[in-house]
Write a new protein. Structure first.
Length: 212
């Protein structure tokens, strides 16, 4: 992309972020129950990053900090990618756009509710149109995979992650790759699928390093 193109998309992203920061759709025109607290969008789009992490929604710790993946899940994700915090949070090199921009609240059992549907429907088309330089989207968790991988995600998370070779070899740009959510809740999955750490992660780290 030319420098003029970067500047143009940078201006568009800055406009979008101002609109998103002021967004109150999930409080004032919600699909279903309104967001149970004041909105605090947490996302980091970029006009220059070639790598994008498509996550699910901020948790309660990220809602408090305003920093994506500032929790144990983030520590595990950075270890998977072999990135330092300085590299991970360099918005010129790594973009982060969750399916839901705000912490969705807790369900009756104390778990996180699903990402708010209003975010993707309202903002994602414009956000991704303003980031044509992206080369790889890491779809973290089932919600992101269903949005970014389409039919590839229909057979479930394990099948989508297992298809990593085919996804990386795809000529479609940006390429997409599925990852399980790095939450402790997936510890049993990681134990049952040792190929993830043995085969997928080394290849992913090589790809991430190339893009950075």
């Amino acid at each position: 992309m030319t420098s003029a193109g970067v500047r143009g998309h940078g201006r568009e992203l800055r406009r979008l972020l101002r609109e998103i920061d002021a967004c109150r759709i999930c409080r004032e025109a919600a699909v279903g129950r309104p967001l149970p607290h004041e909105p605090r969008p947490v996302l980091r789009p970029s006009p220059t990053a070639r790598l994008l992490i498509a996550s699910q929604a901020p948790g309660v710790r990220v809602h408090a900090s305003g920093v994506p993946f500032s929790d144990p899940s983030g520590d595990r994700l950075r270890a998977w990618l072999a990135l330092t915090p300085e590299e991970f949070y360099d918005v010129q090199r790594v973009a982060i756009v969750p399916m839901g921009f705000c912490f969705p609240g807790h369900d009756a059992a104390g778990g996180d509710l699903p990402p708010r549907r209003e975010c993707a429907a309202t903002w994602h088309r414009r956000l991704f149109a303003a980031m044509p330089q992206l080369e790889l989207i890491l779809a973290v968790g089932g919600y992101a995979q269903r949005f970014h991988l389409g039919p590839t995600a229909a057979r479930g998370m394990t099948a989508a992650v297992r298809d990593w070779r085919e996804l990386l070899a795809s000529p479609v740009q940006p390429r997409r790759m599925a990852l399980p959510h790095p939450s402790w809740r997936n510890n049993a999955w990681l134990t049952a699928n040792p190929w993830f750490e043995r085969e997928l992660l080394p290849r992913l780290r090589d790809e991430v390093r190339r893009l950075l």
